[in-house]
Design a protein around this ligand. Structure first.
Ligand code: TRP
Length: 378
């Protein structure tokens, strides 16, 4: 398949923890496929440490530690720094400058309406704004401005690279809408400068949100229900064997339920007909396996072992690559540094176009200097 349009692809992750299977099916795997298949102009993947600090400003050590974990996760899933520019957000100061200019174009009311920000405010326990109290050093449970305005900084991340395609999860759609609004407002006021971007969601809806191993809606570090890309085969084995299935399926002969059964949800996300011929030839496809489970007579251990074989096939190459990259951590930092340097050149170009459009080029604008000189001569 040949693409007509040459896209600039860009996406990023907050380094608040190691990446897990949910990240893998929801985005990382798709990125590697894009890298391999698509005829793109440029591809950027970055570590959004500055954004992570907006609600972790009191724990910079956590962000620092996870920066390298995420970089290792990127490399181990197969993102190739020769073909993808991997960079660190905070090391591209042009992004901060763009954010500051974009802030003029977004109202407080608009930020408040952003559904992702709304949900996060509730989740983080940033309740009502604290009463203004001069003796109070902390802002209590109030919303930090940096956190509140992170959608604007995200617009800077996207537009600085003139990204046209942003592969992200469903929860990031409001960010893209807000970004495109900023683009339109900017271009209307200052002239055509910035480019709108399309969101690219995972096609398989099971992959959009993989549940945790405990059956809860989402893999989350705090719930301890994640399968990490960086864990050992033994750790994954234990997690699979204790996965949530159907609590009413007590004896093998009992009929079992598929809905809400995490093992089947994972099979939906990962298994293909070839896996049956390889590992479970008594069945020809997932429907047959499901049917047997629902009828009764199929035990959880059997389906878990099947899932384990499939996941191992996927995770083993990732683990092997990670081991290699872990042997030379300074090289991983160097890769990030080189990628950041490259990213800065692109961002600096956009920033200079933005400033020119906004007439912020006082020192380089010979006409302006001549004109004002004349004004004072006269
Ligand atoms: N908000 C994204 C997340 O939480 C991370 C992110 C920051 C991002 N800037 C971005 C994603 C720009 C895509 C494009 O996962």
């Amino acid at each position: 398949m040949t693409e007509v349009k040459k896209d600039v692809i860009l996406t990023g992750d907050r380094p608040t923890g190691k990446l897990h299977l949910g990240h893998y099916v929801g985005s990382l795997k798709g990125r590697v496929e894009l890298m391999n298949k698509m005829n793109y102009k440029d591809m950027f993947v970055f570590i959004a440490d500055a954004q992570a600090l907006t609600d972790n400003f009191d724990n910079p050590e956590k962000i620092r530690q996870n920066l390298i974990e995420v970089a290792l996760d990127y490399l181990s899933v197969g993102l190739d720094p020769q073909r993808v520019t991997i960079f660190v957000q905070s090391m591209v100061p042009e992004l901060t400058e763009l954010t500051f200019f974009y802030m003029n174009l977004v109202t407080v009311a608009r930020l408040r309406r952003n559904p992702t920000v709304k949900a996060e405010i509730e989740m983080r326990g940033f309740g009502k704004d604290a009463e203004c109290n001069e003796n109070e050093v902390s802002f209590g449970t109030g919303i930090p401005t940096g956190f509140f305005t992170y959608p604007i900084s995200q617009a800077a991340d996207i537009t600085a690279f003139k990204a046209t395609l942003v592969p992200v999860g469903e929860d990031q759609k409001p960010m893209l809408e807000q970004t495109n609004e900023i683009v339109r407002t900017f271009n209307r006021i200052y002239g055509p400068t910035l480019v709108e971007a399309d969101v690219l969601l995972p096609t398989n809806c099971i992959c959009r949100r993989l549940p945790g191993t405990d059956g809860k809606a989402k893999m989350s570090k705090s719930l301890g229900n994640c399968i990490y890309l960086s864990e050992t085969a033994d750790q994954t084995h234990k997690k699979i064997m204790s996965m949530y299935t159907d609590p009413q399926h007590i004896n093998i002969s009992d009929p079992g339920h598929i809905e809400g059964n995490t093992v089947f949800t994972y099979l939906d996300a990962f298994c293909s007909p070839e896996h049956f011929s390889l590992y479970l030839p008594e069945y020809s496809n997932l429907d047959e396996l499901k049917e047997h489970y629902q009828r009764g007579g199929l035990g959880d251990v059997k389906i878990k072992k099947f899932l384990e074989k499939i996941l191992m096939e996927e995770l083993e190459p990732i683990r092997a690559r990670r081991k290699e990259f872990e042997k030379d951590i300074p090289a991983v930092f160097q890769m990030l540094k080189d990628g950041t340097e490259k990213a800065r050149q692109t961002a600096a170009q956009t920033l200079s176009e933005v400033k020119r459009a906004m007439k912020i080029d006082y020192f380089n604008d010979k006409e302006l200097i001549a004109e004002i000189t004349k004004k004072f001569e006269g």
